[in-house]
Design a protein around this ligand. Structure first.
Ligand SMILES: Cc1cc2nc3c(=O)[nH]c(=O)nc-3n(C[C@H](O)[C@H](O)[C@H](O)COP(=O)(O)OP(=O)(O)OC[C@H]3O[C@@H](n4cnc5c(N)ncnc54)[C@H](O)[C@@H]3O)c2cc1C
Length: 297
């Protein structure tokens, strides 16, 4: 029998975590997984939805602070996210169905640590960090240091993710997240790629590229980034960077795709993500999610 406490303050929540409870946000991974028999519910759960200040997006010149309880639907609806952090909007727009996006949270997505999660790759490309709170205090951690393997993070069991910090990108930056999916809703990424690209007079001055569902943890691909930075944003450079992203993948065979197919598709989705990021950096309007507008190209 699972015990349940709906915490009304951060102090109450972290005290419960220190006593061994697990946090529950939207429950779309935890409860749905338990119902499907993937993993039983923990013995003690602490609900974090009633804690003031955990829900919402604060937008400043320095960047975004996204509360852990912010739903995917709220992320997609936010005008600044759509305009300036479009790759994150692309990703949140693809999570599950309307119901999953209304209920599922950004904190739950990151802490579930699935290599196929959608928000991870764009947030990584934006150099995001998270704030973790416990009864011992709070600390900031680069997102790149959060995931340690499928379903595992470097956060302590007594730590609660309270916010995600996304630094403001420089002017003339565009971003995109594109995933390969077999259907449009209720599907997790077979392969995904995010790109954040900054341009100056047609030359790439900064680039970040990350791949999803292609390795035990989502990670950036320095070789792919190097093939873009300093050069013109042309088709040859984009194809070369996309090939490097595919080369860096370590996909597995499973029921949804073979490793060879995933690797071949990695080059395709990486190319589409980079092309879309470059278009957006140049001021083009590309609909959200970008995956839907890049189908068939
Ligand atoms: C039908 C369906 C379709 C889905 N499709 C997608 C998809 O397309 N893309 C995708 O990325 N995901 C998908 N998911 C997975 C899931 O919806 C997302 O990962 C969602 O963001 C999880 O958020 P949640 O708030 O529901 O997490 P919960 O289920 O509440 O928690 C998930 C895990 O994170 C921990 N946790 C939650 N919040 C915190 C916190 N603040 N600090 C520390 N630990 C925390 C919990 O203890 C638990 O281990 C899907 C799920 C379902 C059921």
């Amino acid at each position: 029998m699972t015990s349940y406490l709906a915490a009304t303050s951060l102090e109450e929540a972290v005290a419960a975590l220190a006593d061994g409870a697990r946090p529950i946000a939207g429950g779309t991974d935890l409860v749905v997984g338990a119902r499907q028999g993937k993993k039983p519910l923990p013995e003690a759960l602490v609900g974090i939805h009633r804690i003031p200040g955990l829900n919402g997006i604060r937008d400043s010149d320095d960047g975004l602070e996204i509360g852990a309880m912010t739903s995917h639907a709220a992320v997609v609806a936010h005008p600044t996210v759509r305009n300036r952090y479009s790759g994150l909007a692309d990703a949140s727009a693809l999570v599950g169905s309307h119901a999953t996006r209304a209920q599922g949270t950004i904190g739950g997505n990151l802490m579930n640590a699935s290599p196929a999660m959608d928000t991870g790759a764009p947030l990584l490309c934006f150099d995001s960090a998270v704030t973790l709170a416990s009864a011992r205090g709070t600390r900031n951690l680069s997102l790149a240091d959060l995931w340690t393997g499928p379903g595992h993070t470097s956060a302590g069991r007594d730590e609660l993710l309270v916010a995600v910090h996304v630094p403001a990108p420089p002017p003339s930056t565009g971003s995109a997240y594109v995933r390969l999916q077999y259907r449009r809703q209720m599907e997790i990424a077979v392969v995904g790629a995010a790109a954040v690209v900054t341009l100056s007079e047609g030359t790439v001055t900064a680039a970040a590229i990350a791949i999803t569902a292609l390795a035990p943890v989502i990670h950036r691909v320095a070789e792919a980034e190097a093939r873009l930075i300093g050069g013109k944003a042309n088709a040859a450079a984009i194809a070369s960077a996309a090939d490097a992203a595919a080369e860096a993948s370590r996909p597995i065979d499973d029921v949804r795709a073979s490793a060879n197919y995933r690797k071949a598709m990695a080059a395709v989705v990486a190319r589409r993500a980079i092309e879309t990021a470059i278009s957006r950096a140049g001021g083009a309007e590309v609909e959200i999610p970008a995956s839907e507008s890049t189908y068939g190209s």
